[in-house]
Design a protein around this ligand. Structure first.
Ligand code: ADP
Ligand code: ZN
Ligand code: ZN
Length: 708
């Protein structure tokens, strides 16, 4: 007597197989069990799934292929984990098999049952008790104490609105410590936006809890390391799991606390495959697991901010019951450190073509002379964004993309940041032969070079010449490069650090007293409605790197400062920034979003399509849209509740010779949008199968897109 077993397998992203495949087995297998099954000619990893109520199979049992083997050294994945995967798949409109398998460590897919058994035997067996080292305890600040008291007394979800340097990490540590002390088997999941922030956090957690019970999960680890961490979390040995967005899917049998640090950070949104928001899934997962969830930021996403608003019964307006999240406040920095003074430099009144305004240069020079550090950031890597011929107007366009290739001076290449196409810099203009071709605009490499010239002759207190460093995606390509560069900054070996937003986030630089944004203006007038929100948080985060050491900042004659060079000093965003007033900024933005019917007051999805020509890509989207609207049945009724905009080219319309178009779908109700998308899926598949759309390369849905 054989049993029928539903198994999720890695379904190709664009097949329309959304559910489990059926296999047979001599004995029953519990849902969540990991198995290896044949798929086509291969044997793949699969997850036994819930049996649906489909009518019993009456056909030939022998036609169904058997489960090849069972990974029986592993406990089945928990019901909460399976529900999370099922929810993520349906919410983000992907196949459950794709989401489930992507959520497992890659090495698990490759190991045979025998190899895995060997790994499991080798895994360290410790009791998992976290050794709390009382020596490391410091007294909590009154604000930390207050936030923790509210956290302990309520069920959440919580939004911790804490200034940069207010000691949010200490709150995570204490919340985790209390939990682990209370429940001997409880686990905590702590997420950070960037890999390069995990080592710092890991060090603090290990210092507090000991190395035994703390594991990390992020894409910078080797497959073997990731598997080891994953197994420790899955077995419940790891009490604390630290990781980037992928960690939201970590299998944890007793997850009782989830922390999302810098919850506003765009990198919590996966940008390929199932485009999930790890922050949003964290909130959902907490509910499934009966865990508390703490989102934290100095500049929360407007979604979370709005979701944590207080109830209001405005006269005349309909009463607002308030948001679902509870807001916790930590407005001050630890140890009397004040937030940096924000200075706006009106570039309209500076010498023409000045890259660094003279007063800013002066300020940097005197900081260096006093032994303090300055951080100068510019959100553009490379030497210059364009190479250009003044004679004929030639520009270094990418032949494959609707974008310019960036000039990288260190290796004298023109590099496309979209498709990667790289060529040696031509000796002469490819169009007219003029040998006098030059850079246009400025990236971090050129800024570093320029600062070197401007600061030549400035000496450190030890009499040595100023040292300038640079951190960006180019300088940190080699493994370990970033860690060693950051270590140099912490050790005071660099006086002026130039970089992209990589240096603006999270780092606890103790000797930085001045931070400068060279050219943040472009974001003020972007067509993306989220650009001001991103700019504001980036500026606050960057400013947050200055003056973290109260004693040092107090000794410095200039205190700590954040300089912003702009042609639009009157812009209200800067007024709020100057006052460190995120609530004022948020209120103004939310008001505009409400007027315009934008998120969080509406819900969006994008359908993207790629083809050799823009016409083919757009025609597919428009056809699928028209068919939905024209449907006489349920789909048509659902379509009537959403707004389907016409297809348009994406901002970077062509990448690697592929034309890209998108269609925005908007709705005031999240469930209504969800129902429409689920119903529309089949029609999108059908439309794609029509001969008229044969030229389409691929399409995909992005729910709650961050970039429009
Ligand atoms: P945030 O994440 O809020 O920007 P951090 O958690 O990095 O801030 O804390 C900023 C600094 O303050 C760190 O150097 C940290 O060690 C220190 N700190 C945090 N809490 C306390 C405390 N209660 N007493 C003394 N120092 C603290
Ligand atoms: Zn030319
Ligand atoms: Zn390109």
């Amino acid at each position: 007597m054989s049993c029928l077993i539903p198994v999720l397998v890695p379904t190709p992203a664009h097949s329309s197989v959304a559910g489990a495949l059926t296999y047979r087995s001599e004995f029953a297998l519990a849902p969540g069990t990991l198995v290896r099954v044949p798929l086509g000619r291969r044997e793949v990893l699969g997850v036994v799934w819930e049996a649906t109520d489909a009518p019993g199979y009456s056909g030939d049992m022998d036609a169904i292929r058997p489960v090849a083997s069972v990974l029986d050294g592993l406990a089945p994945l928990s019901p909460a984990w399976r529900e999370l995967v099922g929810f993520a798949a349906s919410y983000y409109q992907r196949a459950a098999g794709e989401v489930a398998l992507a959520a497992l460590p890659p090495q698990l897919r490759d190991l045979s049952t025998v190899q895995l058994a060997r790994r499991l035997r080798r895994a360290p067996v410790d009791t998992g008790t976290a050794a709390t080292d009382a020596m490391h305890l410091i007294a909590a600040t009154p604000e930390q104490t207050g936030a923790l008291a509210e956290f302990n007394a309520n069920s959440g979800p919580f939004l911790l609105f804490g200034a940069t340097g207010s000691g949010k990490t200490e709150v995570y540590l204490r919340a985790a410590a209390a939990l682990l002390a209370r429940e001997p088997e409880a686990q905590a999941l702590v997420m950070v936006p960037e890999i390069n922030l995990t080592p710092q956090l890991e060090a603090r957690f290990i210092a507090r809890f000991g190395a035994q019970g703390v594991v990390s999960l992020h894409s910078g680890m080797t497959p073997a390391q990731r598997l080891r961490s994953w197994l420790a979390a899955h077995a419940g040995q790891a009490r604390i799991v630290l990781g980037t967005r992928m960690a939201v899917f970590a299998s944890m049998p007793r997850c009782r606390l989830i922390v999302v640090d810098e919850e506003h950070d765009p990198s919590y949104k996966q940008q390929e495959g199932a485009r999930y928001s790890a922050r949003d899934l964290a909130v959902y997962r907490a509910r499934l697991e009966g865990a508390k969830v703490l989102l934290a930021s100095a500049t929360p996403s407007l979604e979370s901010w709005h979701q944590s608003r207080a109830a209001a019964a405005a006269s005349g307006a309909p009463a607002d019951a308030g948001g679902r999240y509870q807001r916790l406040l930590m407005p001050s920095r630890v140890g009397d450190a004040s937030l940096p003074r924000v200075r706006l430099v009106d570039m309209n009144h500076q010498p023409a073509r000045a890259v660094i305004a003279p007063p800013l240069l002066e300020a940097i020079s005197s900081r260096v002379a006093r032994g303090e550090q300055a951080l100068v950031f510019l959100n553009r890597r490379g030497y210059a964004p364009v190479l250009h011929c003044a004679d004929c107007g030639w520009k270094s366009e990418c032949p494959n993309c609707s974008a310019f290739r960036v000039f990288h001076k260190t290796d004298r290449t023109l590099r496309c940041h979209h498709c990667g196409f790289t060529e040696r810099v031509p000796r002469a203009c490819p169009a007219c032969g003029n040998t006098d071709i030059g850079p246009l605009g400025r990236g971090t490499q050129r800024l570093e070079e320029h600062l070197g010239e401007l600061l030549a002759g400035v000496l450190r207190p030890d009499g040595e010449p100023v040292r300038i460093g640079r951190i960006d995606a180019d300088s940190t390509r080699a493994a370990g490069a970033l860690a060693s560069q950051l270590a140099q900054v912490h050790a005071g070996e660099v006086d002026v650090l130039v970089g992209t937003q990589m240096i603006a986030k999270g780092h606890d630089f103790r000797r930085v007293t001045l931070v400068a944004a060279v050219n943040p203006d472009t974001a003020l007038f972007s067509s993306d409605f989220r650009a001001p929100e991103r700019l504001f948080s980036l500026m606050m985060q960057a400013g947050g790197r200055a003056g973290r050491d109260a004693t040092l900042a107090a000794q410095s004659p200039g205190g700590s400062e954040m300089w912003i060079q702009t042609l639009h000093p009157q812009h209200p965003l800067f007024a709020a920034l100057r006052a460190h007033d995120y609530p004022a900024f948020a209120q103004r933005e939310l008001h505009e979003r409400l007027q315009a019917g934008l998120p969080p007051f509406s819900f969006q999805a994008l359908v993207r399509a790629e083809a050799r020509t823009q016409e083919v890509a757009q025609a597919f989207l428009n056809a699928a849209s028209a068919a939905a609207s024209g449907d006489a049945g349920e789909l048509g009724a659902l379509a009537a509740r959403v707004t389907l905009y016409p297809a348009v080219p994406m901002t970077v319309q062509r990448v690697a010779n592929v034309e890209r178009a998108q269609m925005l779908v908007e709705c005031a109700s999240r469930p209504a949008l969800q129902r429409f998308l689920s119903a529309w899926q089949a029609l999108l598949h059908d439309t794609r199968a029509q001969p008229a759309h044969r030229g389409l390369i691929r399409w995909a849905i992005d729910v709650d897109p961050l970039q429009i």
